[in-house]
Write a protein that binds this ligand. Structure first.
Ligand SMILES: Cc1cc2nc3c(=O)[nH]c(=O)nc-3n(C[C@H](O)[C@H](O)[C@H](O)COP(=O)(O)OP(=O)(O)OC[C@H]3O[C@@H](n4cnc5c(N)ncnc54)[C@H](O)[C@@H]3O)c2cc1C
Length: 408
């Protein structure tokens, strides 16, 4: 082991850890980024496409990544939610549009759709090019031990290292969180999300559409051209079984069940499935340690907020650590971590629980809940200030978002 003590060791170079590393290195902190993935290998094929909201996109701009994504992304101009339960009149719905952002920048959109593996490849390339960043990969985090003034980290595949602060950005199973002994709370929905890309026969006009069905939502998320990424919530086992069918069988099922909503479609590539769980860490800091992204919470992906919440963690942590460094405070000290916890713990948990409540409210055909959700959709559609407030919240464009999420 060398005597060198990094300011921050980030475990996990997924989208959240990579953006944090780029942002902190840019702020002048001495950073080491550790990941068990082989950096020479292309990111694994992935059925997810992320809706990156405006504030998150601005943060990708701040850390110098958006120019690597421009040809791969699809601007998001609208978000529509339709109640697909049984209704006597036409189903209630709401449409959020770019204009609801009330932005002084006419080019602002609600966000961008980006394929998961393209985002990861762009971030890997940006980290490889960053000369102010130390990368250790492939290197697997094994354990940590806190000493006075720093934490020592044991790795498989590299020598041990030392840092004033260790950040767990290592995903929902988070070995760092486990090593810190932080428990999680939540539930398994006993559902999975079926994902596939399709060619549509009707133009999507950059609008992401979500149909709330009694078993769970079905979403068409716009991709470049007249293509879309589908996310369809099904009972656990059902999504996995459908993803394992032949392309012709999948196409037949999609068209039989969902073409009334989005028109006829043909499959484009391989289908996949993801188990649906809600998981919230009971705290997001420990002595000389912090959690970000899915390590801190895994939310229901129904509103495309998971990664965006992770980016909010990143923005808050960059702001807190940058301020600590400016006034000469130890970045791993308790008062600094307390500020990060205050900024993110309550809000992150509140969003996770709100998404869970939306899922409970919409994923049924019960007579009692129908008027309630119709009222909610109607209020959001008809009350302009409420719709604009929701649009700003969901797109991370409130006036008080941290600096790295603001326009520049
Ligand atoms: C179907 C689906 C659709 C979604 N759509 C959206 C969306 O539209 N918008 C949105 O905002 N979110 C969305 N999400 C949520 C999003 O996928 C996650 O929130 C996001 O991927 C979390 O990123 P992360 O960097 O925290 O974790 P991860 O991407 O899991 O990265 C963790 C990293 O840690 C590394 N690692 C793990 N263990 C170790 C170890 N021991 N040592 C070293 N490294 C380690 C891994 O190699 C990996 O690189 C969706 C999720 C699903 C399932």
């Amino acid at each position: 082991m060398t005597d060198h003590v990094f300011d921050v060791a980030i475990v996990g170079a997924g989208p959240v850890g990579a953006v944090l590393a780029l942002g902190l290195a840019r702020a002048g902190l001495d950073i080491v980024l550790i990941d068990s993935r082989d950096p020479a290998a292309a990111p694994a094929a992935d059925g997810r496409n992320f809706a990156i909201v405006t504030g998150s996109w601005r943060m990708l701009q701040t850390v110098g990544v958006t120019h690597r994504l421009e040809t791969a992304c699809q601007p998001l101009h609208g978000l529509e939610a339709v109640d697909g339960g049984h209704h006597i009149l036409s189903p209630p719905s709401v449409l959020f549009q770019d204009s609801d952002l009330d932005s002084p920048f006419p080019e602002d959109t609600l966000g961008y759709m980006v394929r998961a593996e393209e985002l990861q490849a762009a971030l890997d390339a940006a980290c490889a090019d960053a000369t102010d960043l130390t990368r250790l990969a492939p290197a697997r985090f094994v354990s940590l031990g806190t000493q006075p003034g720093f934490t020592s980290i044991t790795l498989d595949g590299a020598d041990p290292i030392q840092a004033r602060l260790v950040v767990g950005a290592d995903g929902m199973r988070s070995p760092v969180r486990n090593a810190l002994g932080i428990p999680v709370e939540g539930r398994d929905y006993q559902k999975s999300v079926f994902t596939a890309n399709v060619n549509l026969t009707e133009p999507h006009n950059g609008i992401a559409r979500q149909l709330f069905l009694p078993e769970g939502p079905f979403a068409t998320l716009p991709l470049p051209g007249d293509r879309a990424n589908l996310a369809w919530y099904l009972k656990r086992g059902g999504a996995e079984a459908l993803a394992a069918c032949t392309p012709a069988e999948i196409e037949a099922e999609l068209n039989a069940r969902l073409s009334d909503f989005c028109g006829p479609m043909t499959l484009d590539g391989k289908a996949g499935s993801y188990p649906l769980v809600l998981q919230i860490a009971t705290k997001i800091t420990a002595p000389r340690a912090a959690l970000v992204g899915d390590a801190a919470r895994r939310v229901n992906p129904l509103a495309g907020q998971g990664l965006n919440q992770g980016f909010r963690d990143v923005a808050a942590l960059i702001e807190v650590l940058q301020q600590a460094q400016t006034v000469g405070l130890d970045v791993g000290s308790a008062p600094v971590l307390e500020r990060y916890s205050e900024a993110r713990r309550f809000e992150g948990t509140a969003v996770a629980l709100a998404l869970d409540s939306i899922d409970r409210l919409f994923s049924n055909d019960a007579t009692l809940t129908k008027p309630l959700r119709s009222l909610g959709l109607l209020a959001a559609r008809e009350i302009g200030p409420l719709r604009r407030w929701l649009a700003k919240k969901a797109s991370a464009t409130e006036d008080d978002v941290p600096g790295s999420m603001q326009a520049w």
